[in-house]
Write a protein that binds this ligand. Structure first.
Ligand code: NAI
Ligand code: MG
Length: 484
């Protein structure tokens, strides 16, 4: 085949983002009632840079008493926060957004150091989007009655919010901004491997003058999360994380009057039709699965290629993969950073082994992997089928499975054949096919001729085992209100 090899591997010089402006404390306390307080537990755990294995700070591990204290201060703050002028709530949220922008560079570097994601992504995606969420919901704060005409929306009370490690600051923004815009107060728990940007956000919140107790940030592992979920004085649980923990939360809240939104796992189908713009689609495939090392709930981890173009797409895909730079997250040329934790790397490697045992044909691009830290080269599996574990289960790493299809009905059936229903992508020049698929695919988000695009104004969430409820946009407000 006549191949236009435009993706010859380039040798880039190092382009390291500076870290000398980063000031991290040795030890981080809990942020409760507007102050940093020592944990009652007296326990601290290490937070590690997954690209170097170095301990970059120690973070407090909250116990039940600490969670009680946080919920109590949120409850006290709710009394006045829910009553102050909505316009003033908006002003505080706007101020937080501006302060994130002002400190964007610092946040981006810390996000990459603590979580392993490429600086290009933390700088251009995570941090600006986090600020955007605060801006967006700042705008809604004094317009909520217009958002729900002829209704009387009221805040719920104290929201317990538990977030994962893949988009640490962004998930904190998704949770906090709509909750406080509606007049609720918050107890938020970041994930144990990536607490630092939430704690930096606590510094901003303190400086912003937001009334004490409106936002409380307690750090810790799963047990701390469970204490929040099971606390009798919490009115709403918003959780993003694994389907396994989501189910656990559902079970423990059955029959209890506590609103929940659960944003769980996914196994997104990315569908390439023969009439698609192939080069753009190949870029889309790369972005869909390799963004943030594949630690993305809506990742396009199942690729479906129409049979007539399969060889072309795979060849171009392998070619493009060979140009991806794997390595130091702080290097501006890096495409694929470090895997977030040793545990996650073990999970990914386990699935790669399973994929091989199941008879999948593996392809990994050759790349220079650093000696220290957690790394996984971009990986494809060919010759897989619907029944394979790597096709059915969320791997949450840079691992793509590839299947083919002939007809539109066949691909709809295959795409919908998983327990998940979070996201999908469709690549075609034909509008009618896009409309047919957006109707037929059982997914909360369907992207057409693009992938992994996020906007605070558009709702996000899943069907089936991908969760309950929506975040973002008007839907995201509704989840923090009751209507009397
Ligand atoms: P996880 O679901 O255990 O962690 C997410 C958050 O929940 C963390 O803040 C954690 O401390 C908290 N948590 C854990 N157990 C809890 C409990 N019993 N009650 C309340 N909160 C609890 O996810 P984990 O173990 O870090 O990752 C395992 C797998 O989960 C990944 O391989 C991936 O497949 C999936 N995952 C999916 C995410 C998504 O956004 N869809 C995010 C994170 C993980
Ligand atoms: Mg870390």
């Amino acid at each position: 085949m006549n191949r236009l090899n435009i993706n010859k591997k380039w040798d880039y010089s190092d382009a390291l983002e500076a870290t000398d402006h980063i000031i991290l404390k040795e030890k981080y306390d809990l942020f409760i009632n507007g102050e940093f307080v020592k944990p009652n537990s007296e326990k601290y755990f290490d937070t590690i840079n997954p690209a170097t294995d170095e301990i970059i700070a120690r973070v407090a591990g909250a116990n039940k008493k600490d969670v009680d204290f946080a919920v109590d201060s949120a409850r006290r703050a709710f009394k006045s926060w829910s009553k102050i002028k909505a316009k003033d709530r908006g002003k505080y949220i706007f101020r937080i957004a501006r302060m994130i922008q002002e400190r964007a560079k610092e946040f981006a570097v810390i996000e990459s150091m603590d979580g392993g994601k490429p600086i290009r992504e933390s700088r251009d995606i995570d941090i600006p989007l986090a600020a955007n969420h605060f801006f967006y919901y700042a705008g809604w704060a004094d317009k909520i009655e217009y958002a729900f005409p002829n209704k009387t929306p009221k805040p719920l009370g104290v929201a317990g919010q538990i977030i994962p490690w893949n988009f640490p600051l962004l998930m904190a923004a998704w949770k906090i901004a709509p909750a406080i815009a509606c007049g609720n107060t918050v107890v938020l728990k970041p994930a144990e491997t990536t607490s630092l940007t939430a704690l930096k956000l606590a510094e901003i919140i303190q400086e912003s003058g937001l009334p004490k107790g409106v936002v409380n940030i307690v750090t810790g592992a799963g047990q701390t999360g469970a204490e929040i979920v099971n606390h009798p004085d919490v009115n709403k649980i918003a959780f993003t994380g694994s389907t396994a923990v989501g189910k656990l939360i559902e079970r423990s809240l059955a029959g209890i009057e506590k609103k929940t939104t659960l944003e769980l796992g996914g196994k997104g189908a990315n569908i390439i039709f023969e009439d698609a713009a192939i080069d753009q689609a190949v870029e889309g495939i790369i972005n869909a699965i390799f963004l943030n090392q594949g630690h993305v709930c809506c990742a396009g981890s199942r690729l479906f290629i129409q049979e007539s173009i399969v060889n072309t797409v795979i060849e171009k895909l392998k070619d493009r993969m060979s140009s991806l730079v794997v390595g130091d997250p702080l290097d501006k040329n890096t495409d694929i950073g470090a895997i977030n934790s040793k545990e996650q790397l073990a999970t990914i490697n386990k699935y790669i082994q399973i994929g091989k045992q199941e008879g999948g044909e593996i392809y990994q691009s050759k790349c220079n992997i650093p000696k220290k830290g957690n790394w996984c080269p971009p990986t494809l599996f060919l010759n897989v089928s619907q029944s394979h574990a790597i096709v059915q289960e969320e791997i949450f790493g840079p691992v793509l499975t590839i299947q083919t299809f002939r007809t539109i009905n066949e691909v709809i059936e295959k795409a919908n054949n998983t327990p998940f229903g979070l996201s999908a992508g469709v690549w075609t020049e034909k509008g009618s096919k896009i409309f047919k698929l957006t109707q037929a695919l059982n997914a909360g988000v369907v992207w057409a001729n693009t992938y992994n695009k996020f906007d605070p104004a558009s709702p996000f969430g899943g069907f089936k085992e991908s969760g309950i409820g929506r975040e973002g946009g008007l839907h995201g407000l509704k989840a923090y209100l009751k209507f009397e």
